[in-house]
Write a new protein. Structure first.
Length: 396
């Protein structure tokens, strides 16, 4: 179907566990079936860079660990709320843990396959499923309501001001009444025929829902009624084939003051004015896992494995750590003087915030760290692995 030259190019561009999400077109459907097996499966296209010995300048240790269950192809993120950790598995296990020691407070069975991760807010604990259901539990684990949406839920539900904001795999965003699960509004948009299967969810800030879409689009939508405020083009698709032209935003936008930062796969990283949608700056950096922002710096994991620290107002590079090539890094997590990233072999690496040097590393299990880690506190990060491990890792 493809020449050897093109296949090599495709294999070098795409990363572990990315899947194709396509429209009901027979030609593209055949393309999906062929490429999913050859390119987007669990086999790594390019071998990860071997890890070299480092001189540790900080100490890291596993403070506690727990088991939630496998993630399979889903991309779950644990949640920290009021001293508790919440996590879910693809088989429908939903856990509440004490974030200080990992002890289990409760575990419930959702009853179907979970695909959208866990969200917490408004005294609710919420998950989305492969069948397009949203289940909402109270903080003691008792089911409060469930709501049927249009398609598979691929990202964690978000709570805001009496609403649960949920994004589905057909590029719709729903506003659901947090009291009973009834639908209040829906935002819908047309998507390209060929896109990456993505767990990119939504960010809600200041009454506005921000979401990245296929084709490098970033949209701002009113949280109270779902009306679009603006739509910005972060990355323009380039290339001859549909594959080469994929420029999807596959990670969460990050809001920081008057700007919102977003990065696209095979595209650009950009700073966008929140009020108008006007591009403030952009530069050519591609990422699947995403970015973070803290204290006038942007940290981003490149699709090929480099970690960048950028100036928040201009995009200028402060440093680049290139020793983790092809290790399919998570989004960076700032931790004071350090920045944490996880990789496909279960390692968590701690980089110096000032120059990017690797200050420490620690192994969890032998499976990949899922794309988003979260902070328990300023010196402890929580990571979930594809094989279902939950690890609280402390640095001193």
């Amino acid at each position: 179907m493809f020449s050897n030259k093109l296949m090599k190019k495709l294999l070098s561009l795409f990363v572990l566990s990315s899947l194709l999400l396509v429209s009901a077109c027979s030609t593209i459907g055949e393309m999906k079936s062929d490429l999913s097996d050859k390119i987007f499966g669990r086999e790594v296209a390019d071998a990860p860079e071997p890890l070299t010995e480092i001189k540790e300048t900080v100490a890291s240790k596993v403070l506690w660990q727990a088991k939630v269950g496998n993630a399979d192809d889903a991309e779950f993120t644990p949640v920290i709320e009021a001293g508790y950790a919440y996590a879910t598995s693809v088989d429908g296990d939903l856990l509440k843990l004490d974030a200080t020691n990992g002890s289990q407070l409760w575990r419930v069975k959702v009853g179907e396959k979970v695909s959208g991760g866990v969200g917490v807010g408004g005294s609710l604990v919420m998950v989305g499923t492969q069948k397009g259901m949203v289940y909402a539990y109270d903080i003691s684990g008792k089911l409060q309501w469930k709501s049927k949406l249009s398609s598979e839920v691929l990202s964690a539900p978000k709570y805001f001001d009496g609403l649960v904001i949920v994004r589905t795999g057909d590029s719709r965003i729903f506003g659901i009444n947090a009291n009973d699960g009834s639908r209040k509004w829906v935002y819908d948009r047309v998507t390209p025929a060929l896109t990456l299967r993505s767990s990119a969810g939504v960010v809600v800030d200041g009454g506005v829902v921000y979401a990245g879409f296929a084709g490098g689009k970033l949209a701002a939508v009113r949280a109270d009624n779902g009306k679009m405020l603006w739509d910005a083009s972060v990355a323009q698709p380039k290339g001859v084939t549909e594959i080469e032209r994929i420029a999807d935003i596959t990670s969460l936008p990050v809001v920081d003051g008057p700007l919102i930062y977003v990065v696209a796969y095979q595209g650009k990283i950009a700073a966008v004015d929140r009020a108008t949608g006007r591009m403030v700056w952009n530069r050519d950096i591609s990422s699947l896992s995403g970015l973070s922002a803290e204290d006038a710096r942007i940290f981003v994991s490149h699709a090929m494995g480099s970690v960048y620290a950028l100036d928040y107002s201009t995009g200028k590079t402060f440093w680049r750590q290139a020793a983790l090539k092809n290790r399919h890094l998570t989004a960076p997590v700032p931790m004071g003087s350090l920045v944490a990233v996880g990789d496909l072999e279960g390692y968590v690496h701690f980089l110096s915030r000032e120059d990017g040097a690797i200050a420490s590393r620690i192994k969890t299990d032998n499976s990949a760290i899922l794309p988003q880690m979260v902070l328990i506190n300023s010196n402890t990060v929580l990571a979930q692995t594809r094989d279902g491990g939950i690890f609280a890792i402390q640095v001193k």
